[in-house]
Design a protein around this ligand. Structure first.
Ligand code: PLP
Length: 373
């Protein structure tokens, strides 16, 4: 058999890697039809009903391309965020925007800085683009070490720094004063990618107002609180020159038409989203209490998931397997010091009850083979 066409050298040198193994694949491997999906921080509460109606009503027009400028959605977002149309770039989710940021601001061989074990898709793009990565670990309490990241950026002349706030997988949140101090501490030529995928779960007053600072690119998504992960749509809020740069390289028709329609309708559903946020906060409290009752510490979370401390990496990996055997899909942080935790999405009330019972049983099974804490 021939070796097939030879990829460009930089691509040939890349390891084959996926940021995530999908629940569909895990289910197939385990021979299971259906999983309780608590591993990808998808919304358990679904899209807002009016978004679903709007998307359904427009499905017959799927023969048409969507508006490549996402103009209606950008108008609505400009009103919502009190910024200009020119401050907004719509893309197929934050994952897409992360790729644009890497392509726009890193050249192969340049350095990017992030926290070891944070959201993996940024790292995936950096590696895939042939750039270098420097990381600082979380502190013992699962918080991002902002001063360490700034120091690394200086030491390496980093072009790009990535911060998720609230963070995934820890759930920790850096207050606006701390983030402002961090931005001020970065080298003047460094761009900060501020991934705010979970911003909807935090009161707006607690978020940094950075509109106008050309060094900060904020990223938002309809995938979490708005329940539209499968539609693939998110946006960047950034200085006009950043948006212009993204416009030069983004896929013109990369945002699907139905997603634009759903996102626009979802923006009119503040009441629904507020209920999702309230129930998520309640679910987090239940998870903290569940951890307490099982003798497992938890990390305080500002997002739609909670991390439980299993005591060691081996036990945390064992827990992921034990739960999969019980048709429950969760994930775990990959890097120390958080690799001894498992991360569980807040489900509906019914899902939380099912999770508590599977988790309790899985812990007993785990304790039978691996020494308890
Ligand atoms: C879920 C998640 C994303 C993915 O967002 P999409 O808009 O669905 O691509 C990005 N960043 C973080 C931190 C996330 O947890």
């Amino acid at each position: 058999m021939s070796a097939g066409p030879r990829p460009a050298a930089a691509i040939a040198a890349l390891p084959v890697s996926k940021p995530f193994i999908a629940p569909e694949e895990l289910g197939k491997r385990a021979g299971l039809q259906e999983l309780l999906r608590l591993g990808a921080n998808e919304s358990a509460f679904g899209p807002p009903p009016r978004a679903l109606d709007a998307m359904q009503a427009e499905l017959p027009h799927t023969a048409w391309y969507g508006d490549p400028e996402s103009a209606d959605l950008r108008e609505a977002l400009a009103t919502r965020h009190r910024c200009a149309f020119e401050n907004l770039c719509v893309a197929a989710g934050i994952d897409d925007l992360l790729g644009l940021a890497v392509r726009a601001y890193l050249s192969p061989g340049d350095t990017a800085v992030t926290t070891l074990g944070t959201y993996p898709t940024f790292v995936y793009h950096v590696t895939g683009y042939g750039a270098r990565l420097e990381t600082a670990p979380y502190d013992g309490a699962g918080r991002v070490q902002l001063a360490e990241l700034a120091a690394l950026a200086h030491a390496n002349g980093a072009r790009l720094v990535y911060l998720a706030n609230p963070d995934n997988p820890s759930g920790s949140f850096a207050e606006p004063a701390a983030v402002a101090q961090f931005v001020a501490a970065l080298p003047p030529e460094t761009v900060l990618v501020l991934d705010e995928a979970y911003a909807d779960f935090v009161a707006p007053a607690e978020l940094l107002d950075t509109s106008g600072d050309p060094r900060v690119i904020r990223m938002r998504t309809f995938s979490k609180a708005y329940g539209l992960a499968g539609a693939r749509i998110g946006y960047a809020i950034a200085a006009p020159q950043v948006v212009e740069t993204f416009q030069k390289i983004r896929l013109q028709y990369g945002v699907n038409r139905t997603a634009q329609i759903g996102a626009l309708a979802a923006l009119g559903e503040d009441g629904f989203v507020a209920r999702v946020v309230r129930e998520t906060a309640q679910g987090r409290e239940e998870y903290y209490r569940l951890g307490e009752s099982l003798g497992l510490a938890t990390l305080p979370s500002s997002a739609n998931f909670v991390c439980f401390d299993l005591g060691s990496r081996t036990r945390a990996e064992g827990m992921v397997e034990e739960l999969l055997r019980r048709a429950v899909f969760i994930r775990k942080p990959g890097g120390p010091p958080l690799d001894r935790y498992v991360r569980v999405t807040v489900g509906t009330n019914d899902e939380r009850v099912r999770f508590a019972s599977s988790f309790t049983a899985a812990l007993q099974a785990l304790d039978a083979v691996l020494a308890p804490l």
